[in-house]
Write a protein that binds this ligand. Structure first.
Ligand code: 13P
Ligand code: SF4
Length: 335
């Protein structure tokens, strides 16, 4: 595909997105829907995307659902409205498809916390351990991983490993500690955290609970241990959403990225969802990486089919094995 734009790969890499003016009179919903049909493209969006992107997506889900959808889609182009590691996972599962994302710079603090060369050295200290990595890692990290997991299937993945087999778990130390408690397995943990989930203020949450005594506190397992201990329910984004739908409670304090509240409000319009407050007055309960994607960038990336996720062939070949194992175990567990 050629464009009339002068965008070298270097420039695109530096900026992360195609910096072109979008006609403000355009109906972006209509234009994006037209592009979807014309190009046989599918838009996959994570729950943390802004509401407009969630509303135009063909599929909205958590990391596991998004990878399952990426593996099964028959579209020619996967437009990934999420962060970079999610788009890389989609590319590894569908290497012959074009995978584009609105902003290449949409990273993840967990993935950044575990650079593959450092992890390789760490892993050498534990030659008899197998590596389970949270899917929030770079494609290269996946080549050093035996089995990936997401927060939806992490317990089942750990439980599928023989009890006498020692495990390294990377990169999220909070999810790791939660899994150690939940499964009784003593794992070696890498010390990474998510910048969004470690910023919640327990003091402000306690005050909120006093003002809303009937509200349930629901939390993502990336939150710190002390917060998880106080939670009424712990789960992945899909887990949290489903819990709010089936619970008889009508008020929830939501300790995860605030984007998920859009789907919670759509599924249960009569219930109240209060975002758990961060420690300071910033909007730190919004993931700055996820929120780099906008409807305008989504439109431009679909129009010009850039930026595209390109991975070395060996990374796809070696890295996909850990994702395939995760999908196999999940399918067996009915997830
Ligand atoms: P989920 O798999 O629960 O959607 O979590 C992804 C993520 O990045 C959480 O911060
Ligand atoms: Fe990464 Fe945290 Fe953002 Fe999820 S919310 S993408 S773990 S930085």
């Amino acid at each position: 595909m050629t464009t009339e734009l002068d965008f070298s790969p270097e420039k695109l890499q530096k900026l992360g997105f195609l910096d072109v003016d979008v006609d403000p009179t355009l109906d972006l919903f209509e234009e994006i829907n037209k592009l979807k049909k014309e190009k046989n493209a599918i838009i996959l969006a994570h729950y943390y995307q802004e509401p407009d992107i969630q509303d135009i997506a063909d599929y909205i889900g958590d990391s596991l659902g998004l990878s399952q959808e990426a593996a099964r889609t028959e579209a020619d182009i996967i437009v990934f409205a999420g962060v970079h590691f999610m788009a890389e996972t989609a590319k590894m599962l569908s290497p012959h498809k074009k995978v584009i994302l609105p902003d290449l710079k949409a990273g993840c603090s967990l993935a950044d916390a575990c650079p593959a060369p450092l992890f390789k050295k760490f892993k050498e200290k534990y030659p008899d351990h197998i590596v389970v990595s949270y899917v929030n890692t770079s494609a290269e990290m996946k080549t050093l991983t035996d089995i990936c997991c997401t927060s939806t299937n992490a317990v089942q993945i750990i439980e599928s490993i023989p009890k006498d087999q020692p495990i390294i778990f990377a990169p999220d130390i909070n999810l790791g500690r939660y899994l150690v408690k939940k499964t009784g397995r003593d794992m070696v943990l890498w010390n990474g955290t998510c910048m969004v989930h470690e910023i919640f203020s327990e003091e402000k949450i306690a005050k909120l609970r006093m003002r809303h005594p009937n509200a349930l506190l629901i939390a993502h397992p990336e939150c710190e241990e002390s917060l998880l201990e106080k939670a009424d329910y712990i789960g992945s984004t899909t887990g949290l959403l489903k819990f709010t739908m089936r619970s008889e409670a009508t008020e929830f304090i939501v300790a995860t990225e605030a984007g998920i509240i859009h789907q919670m409000e759509k599924s249960s319009p009569h219930k109240t969802f209060i975002p758990a407050p961060p420690e300071n007055t910033c909007a730190c309960n919004e993931c700055p990486h996820m929120k780099l994607n906008t409807l305008e960038k989504l439109y431009v990336c679909m129009k010009y089919e850039m930026p595209e996720v390109i991975l070395p062939e060996w990374v796809i070949r070696e890295g996909v094995k850990s994702i395939d194992r995760m999908l196999e175990i999940s399918a067996k567990a009915g997830l």
